[in-house]
Design a protein around this ligand. Structure first.
Ligand SMILES: Cc1cc2nc3c(=O)[nH]c(=O)nc-3n(C[C@H](O)[C@H](O)[C@H](O)COP(=O)(O)O)c2cc1C
Length: 195
């Protein structure tokens, strides 16, 4: 089973990365092949809304998304990890999501069966942290993540989110966070094995 973890935090080794790392460790423990993408290592131009993908399902912008599309399609589990920036995902994560419009075109305009009901079934999971403690802090990002996963034919299976996490390393003040993340990774894979 292939698990792809996408980190949309620009802060390497920050709270989001720490959680994602643990989830991937848990997934590996269950025998999955886990890969982490750190989006700051990639050049992803925002979607230009040129509709160049409408008839082909392929984006006309040639940049590092070319390396990422196949990874998204090969994965059995996609984990999107992003801190909250202005009540949404980071621009790094949003650029990737918007560029998935090419896959949206494949699925909804071109009716590509590989992204339809008969296609590969994936699972999608969201990880996030935010500095504030408001009840709605993750709402926007979760909605965005759900629609991203829909395009990938990935069933949204849940999220792991922590409030009141601001400075680098703050996540370690949540005593259960790392254990919870590790167990989440294990469960994502073991649930997949059971079908
Ligand atoms: C540009 C920017 C916008 C932010 N907006 C929010 C916000 O709307 N709500 C919130 O709770 N935290 C917000 N934060 C705080 C981050 O979510 C928080 O510091 C988080 O722990 C960073 O995670 P990281 O270490 O994985 O990068 C913002 C931080 C930055 C830099």
């Amino acid at each position: 089973m292939k698990v792809l973890g996408i980190s949309g935090s620009p802060r390497r080794g920050g709270n989001t990365d720490t959680l994602l790392e643990e989830v991937l460790k848990g997934a590996e423990k269950e025998g999955a092949k886990a890969e982490r993408l750190h989006l700051i290592d990639y050049t992803i131009t925002p979607c230009k809304e040129c509709h160049g993908c409408d008839n082909t399902g392929n984006c006309v912008v040639l940049d590092d998304m070319e390396k990422i599309y196949p990874k998204l399609l090969e994965a059995d589990v996609v984990i999107l990890a992003s801190p909250i920036f202005f009540y949404g995902v980071t621009a790094w994560a949003k650029a990737l999501i918007d560029r998935s419009q090419a896959l949206w075109s494949r699925k909804y305009l071109l009716k590509d069966p590989s992204l339809g009901k008969e296609g590969k079934k994936r699972k999608g999971f969201f990880i996030s942290v935010g500095a504030t403690k408001g009840p709605k802090v993750f709402e926007g990002a979760i909605l965005t993540a759900k629609y991203f996963f829909d395009v990938l034919n990935a069933e949204y299976v849940g999220e792991l989110v922590f409030r009141g996490v601001e400075a680098k390393g703050d996540i370690l003040k949540h005593p259960e966070a790392l254990q919870q993340a590790y167990e989440t990774g294990r469960e994502l894979v073991s649930a997949g094995k059971k079908g």
